[in-house]
Design a protein around this ligand. Structure first.
Ligand code: ADP
Ligand code: ZN
Length: 749
């Protein structure tokens, strides 16, 4: 292979590309954007250059590239190789995560102009647009969709529009050309920590439990040993204070620390606590909302060794730390730690790898630990540290469960029970704030009997069946089992069968009808769009003292609302009945986290959980706020049904625009795997190939094969052999077939 490079020089005559041969051993690590050293001209000295293009051959006689300076260490390249094998992707996919952001050819220009971004505004006023729509002057459905989106989200970017409306840039351009939209250049702050004026804080005197936890980790730090800890403590129990003091210790030893936080919790408040303790100059922040230039600057601050502490979302685990001394993963149960795009890594696994390599400690914190993590504390792989009390002695909220079946018996068909109605009313009178939470996820619609709460489940997998409107059938997304839609409940023979899928918008309408005097604000994927918008909605709710916040999962994270004393969960069943073996775990986590939003100050908060399944143990445990009981019950079920942590799950995905080719390849893959499993007697459980739950996305048909195994070399080799045999992409008759492999995926859609 040959690289076209640009020599890093101001000389005019060098302002063009030069070809260099890529030596074999560098092929996997040289990318467009790599920094390389090349022999140039008559001088012995090597020149620095950037690779801007990679091609098959050159028409000139060319020299070899002498050295790659991805800025990557050998250890990083080793990690990239390890990841590529484990997550079944290219080494270069992994290297990209470790390179300085904004140094590949595509981003360089972006970075230079970076201080400004283009945002979109309406150019005509919306009345005028509406008139054109009504009079059919404007007909294109897509154009109307975009205009509606921009109306609600003025100042969004073109990629925002593409993402949320699923319309192409070309349509945006047409709207600009025809005078409906305009592009405005907007300045972006380059230093995300700039102009902060934060008062310093110093170490608090630790409580007895905090001290014990601190001492255990501290001892391991002193021994320079790899060890993993789970800091399990309710929200407000002072986990962050323990992190702060551990970091303080590590920094005094001239080492550095990575603190990972879920993207959505990475609010200014979170970062400020670290700045207040350690000073802005010692801290770098990394998350996806930063511009390329901001990321570039932060990355270099770390590389130069100036930033001793990095606070960031998932990808910050790849930050180029000097003398790494500690890794902290806060809210370790959070799903955002698993990457859903290539490479599909789990942050915890990378963190563990790095902790071992550097002989340092990995501390994971949560109020509702991931079952897999907690299981490891039971087998002794991870040491458990507990904080059982709230640090400021705030009381845990009182939780009440409302049986919606009784509501129905009494003729109440609305989404709000009598009790919740009363509680909201009281809260409005007392000028306290309320959060209403609807934990609906994904597209799946499930079927439930409103008389007895019974849901229809798969006879083989114990997974809730999903309703498919297209052929009016109920289907299991795991094994493919199918049955006719029921008109009568098989359990109680009631006739009140309902299809669940109501959204936040409908809930807001109902609330506005029931409480016309109350101010409301809604937060869900439709309202959260612009840069920082999640943040803005929550700030607005807090600062303007809006009466009721209505939202999905997103309301659970990050903020602290002193004036919220009531949290209502509209239907806990929505997350209970997703077709995922983790459904009960997610439900317990969400309910516990949501309960933690109520009454964190002196006044005790109240939580009302509405459900058709009051006896479900995840709801019962959430009510008692009893993690241990939840864990004990759930882990037994997992063992019986052989789900993680007792096995790993690999999903082999096949997609193509041509349904037949996708189907055929799926069959072939299954045959190949089955053959290997049988002839080599592998300890692997293989399910037959079938359509994915969402079987068509963006015109691509999707199939998948599920594998249960104990993940290790045996499986790694099997899957890699399969990929070699069938290629990453395989040409079908019309259109190509794409294969994807996901280890322990979060998302089953
Ligand atoms: P968590 O991270 O577990 O949610 P925090 O560390 O945010 O908990 O602590 C919750 C509150 O208690 C914070 O306001 C914090 O300042 C306070 N706090 C934590 N530890 C102590 C302590 N040892 N003494 C007094 N207050 C504390
Ligand atoms: Zn099934």
């Amino acid at each position: 292979m040959v690289a076209e490079v640009i020599i890093n020089s101001k000389a005019k005559q060098l302002n063009r590309t030069f070809d260099y041969n890529i030596p074999k051993e560098m092929e996997s690590i040289i990318l467009v954007g790599s920094k390389v050293l090349v022999p140039f001209g008559r001088f012995k000295k090597l020149e620095e250059a950037h690779v801007v293009k990679i091609k098959e051959k050159s028409e000139y006689e060319i020299k070899d590239i002498a050295k790659v300076e991805n800025g990557l260490t050998n250890n990083q390249i080793e990690l990239a190789n390890w990841m590529a094998k484990r997550y079944f992707c290219n080494v270069s996919d992994c290297i990209r995560l470790m390179q300085t952001p904004g140094t590949n050819a595509k981003d360089i220009n972006k970075r230079i102009q970076d201080k400004k971004i283009n945002v979109v505004y309406l150019k005509k006023n919306f009345e005028e647009i509406n008139f054109e729509i009504e009079t059919k002057k404007l007909k294109s459905e897509k154009q109307i969709k975009i205009l509606n989106f921009v109306k609600d989200n003025e100042g969004c970017t073109i990629p925002d529009i593409e993402m949320f409306t699923d319309c192409s840039r070309a349509i945006v351009n047409t709207l600009i050309k025809n005078g409906y939209l305009e592009i405005v250049e907007q300045k972006v702050e380059r230093n995300p920590l700039e102009t902060k004026n934060i008062e310093n804080t110093s170490n608090l005197k630790l409580t007895k439990e905090q001290q014990e936890a601190f001492d255990k980790v501290s001892a391991s730090i002193d021994y320079n040993e790899y060890e993993e800890f789970l800091l399990y403590g309710v929200t407000g129990s002072g986990k962050t204070e323990v992190y702060l003091q551990l970091i303080d210790k590590v920094i005094k030893k001239e080492k550095s620390a990575i603190v990972l936080v879920p993207e959505i919790s990475l609010t200014p408040q979170t970062v400020d606590r670290f700045i207040a303790r350690f000073g802005e100059e010692n801290i770098a922040v990394l998350h996806s909302k930063l511009s390329v230039g901001e990321r570039y600057d932060q990355w270099n601050k770390i590389k130069r060794g100036e930033a001793k502490i990095v606070i960031g979302a998932r990808s910050a685990i790849f930050a180029p730390m000097q003398d790494l001394g500690l890794i902290i993963i806060d809210e370790e149960h959070d799903q955002s730690y698993k990457s859903e795009t290539t490479p599909k890594y789990h942050t915890r696994e990378i963190a563990r790898y790095l902790a071992k390599e550097n002989s340092i400690c990995l501390v994971e914190g949560s109020a509702t630990p991931d079952l897999d993590t907690y299981y490891k504390t039971q087998t002794g792989e991870i040491e458990l540290l507990k904080l059982t009390k709230r640090a400021n002695n705030a009381k845990l909220p009182e939780v009440e469960v409302i049986d919606l079946r009784h509501e129905l018996e009494q003729g109440n068909k609305s989404m709000i029970s009598g009790k919740l109605h009363q509680a909201i009313k009281e809260n409005l009178q007392n000028h306290k704030q309320t959060i209403l939470f609807l934990n609906r996820r994904g597209f799946s619609t499930f079927v439930m009997c409103r008389d007895c709460g019974h849901t229809i489940k798969c006879k083989n997998c114990d997974i809730t069946l999903t309703y498919h409107a297209s052929n009016k059938k109920l289907k299991c997304h795991y094994c493919g089992y199918e049955e006719e839609v029921v008109k009568e409940c098989p359990e109680c023979h009631g006739k009140n069968i309902r299809y669940f899928g109501a959204g936040t918008q409908k809930l807001e309408e109902q609330i506005n009808l029931l409480f016309p005097e109350a101010t409301t604000i809604r937060m869900d994927v439709d309202t959260v769009t612009k840069k920082n918008s999640h943040e803005e909605i929550l700030n607005k709710f807090k600062n303007e003292n809006i009466d009721i916040l209505i939202g999905t999962q997103m309301v659970v994270k990050g903020h602290h609302f002193p004036n919220v004393t009531l949290v209502g969960v509209i239907a806990a069943d929505s997350s209970l009945n997703i077709d995922d073996f983790r459904a009960t775990e997610r439900t317990f986590q969400i309910l516990t986290q949501v309960a933690g939003r109520a009454g964190r100050e002196e006044t005790q908060g109240k939580v009302i959980i509405q459900t058709y399944n009051p006896d479900n143990f995840s709801i019962e445990c959430a009510k008692k706020q009893d993690y241990q009981l939840f864990y004990d019950t759930e882990i037994m079920l997992r063992k019986q049904l052989k789900y993680p942590p007792f096995c790993d799950i690999i999903v082999v995905g096949v997609s193509s625009e041509n349904k037949m080719s996708a189907f055929k390849i799926t069959e072939q893959l299954h045959k190949y795997l089955k053959n290997r499993v049988i002839t080599e007697n592998l300890g692997i459980m293989l399910y037959k190939g079938m359509p994915a739950p969402v079987d068509k996305i963006k015109n691509k048909y999707r199939f998948r094969i599920i594998i249960k195994c104990k993940f290790g070399d045996e499986t790694i080799n099997l899957i890699n052999d399969m990929l070699n045999e069938y290629g990453q992409t395989k040409e079908g008759k019309s259109g190509s077939v794409r294969l994807s492999i996901d280890l322990n995926p979060n998302n089953w859609l």
